[in-house]
Design a protein around this ligand. Structure first.
Ligand SMILES: O=P(O)(O)O[C@H]1O[C@H](CO)[C@@H](O)[C@H]1O
Ligand SMILES: Nc1nc2[nH]cnc2c(=O)[nH]1
Length: 292
């Protein structure tokens, strides 16, 4: 099944599949995580924060897709962080790799059945907002789901009420309390100058945007743009998991024709490396302060 499967064929990877994957994992680790973390491009170094780890390759986990993108190790790691039990995806899969939205977001349904109550999503993104700088971190307060508005989203298909309601609201997708906590911590950690709050726009990729597309996203109110995160957030909210999201601005989107700036994945990974220490500090402190 690819990312552009028709609506009628999209009922695979349901509750029973998520349950059997969760049982597979729970029988192989003693961790019982209440916090899930998904690491974006170049941000998988966060795994170093965990102690007492149990690690699984995506390819060895039933029903998981394998990551094919450089900068996404493709490992699911259970461990302890700030005395809390955490499950972390070191890398993710994307729709542009040929997967349905449902397949991309499937790990979040597994998280739910593992007992996860809070999901932290991170990503690398390009800046649409002209006041943003490369290296900024952006706490996500909202998203624009260009892919999903047209019907390509993981909630399409028969609704399973064991996960959630048929018509979940998304106006509160990014938890207000968690956003406040993240911004407060950023201030306390001396990161105020480069931490923003803004809107993430999602399109399928794998192309970086044209000049016209970037201008359009600007008019629509997007602050940054990327090719991930939103399918995972939709599934998390549908099944009642709270979400905190952070984008790392790895490049400025090109808004002038014939500009010399050309976005590329190498630059994205390099910036991930450069800001990894700050991202790790913020997420680590954040995990320490989460109350279930
Ligand atoms: O969103 P993450 O996985 O962080 O990765 C972002 O970086 C890649 C492009 O360089 C794309 O996959 C885009 O979505
Ligand atoms: N779509 C998109 N994804 C990104 N990921 C990192 N940078 C970018 C970007 O400029 N555009």
């Amino acid at each position: 099944m690819n990312g552009f499967t028709t609506l009628s064929a999209s009922n695979v990877l349901g509750y029973e599949d998520a349950k059997s994957t969760a049982e597979f994992l729970l029988s192989r680790t003693d961790h019982r995580p209440t916090i899930g973390v998904i690491c974006g491009s170049g941000l998988g170094g966060m795994v170093k924060l965990l102690t007492d780890t149990d690690s699984f390759e995506f390819r060895d986990i039933p029903n998981f897709a394998t990551s094919t993108v450089v900068g996404h190790a493709g490992k699911l790691v259970f461990g302890s962080l700030q005395d809390k039990s955490v499950v972390l995806m070191q890398g993710r899969v994307h729709m542009y790799e040929g997967h349905s939205a449902r397949k991309v977001a499937f790990p979040v349904r597994v998280f739910k059945l593992l007992g996860v109550k809070t999901l932290i999503v991170t990503n690398a993104a390009g800046a649409i907002n002209r006041t943003y700088n490369v290296g900024d971190l952006m706490v996500i307060c909202d998203h624009i789901n260009l892919v999903g508005l047209a019907g390509l989203n993981p909630l399409v298909g028969v609704n399973d009420s064991r996960f959630g309601t048929r018509f979940p609201p998304m106006s509160t997708a990014y938890d207000k309390g968690l956003r406040s906590l993240g911004l407060k911590l950023a201030s306390e950690l001396g990161m105020k100058e480069f931490v923003r709050e803004g809107v993430y726009s999602f399109q399928s990729g794998p192309m970086f945007e044209t000049v016209g597309e970037c201008r359009l996203l600007n008019v629509l109110g997007a602050d940054v743009t990327g090719m991930s995160t939103v399918p995972e957030v939709l599934v998390a909210r549908h099944c009642g998991i709270r979400v905190f999201g952070v984008s790392l601005v790895t490049n400025r989107c090109v808004m002038e024709l014939d500009s010399d700036e050309v976005p590329n994945h190498e630059e994205v990974l390099m910036m991930g490396e450069k800001r990894s220490a700050d991202m790790q500090r913020l997420i680590s402190e954040f995990v320490g302060k989460i109350v279930d």
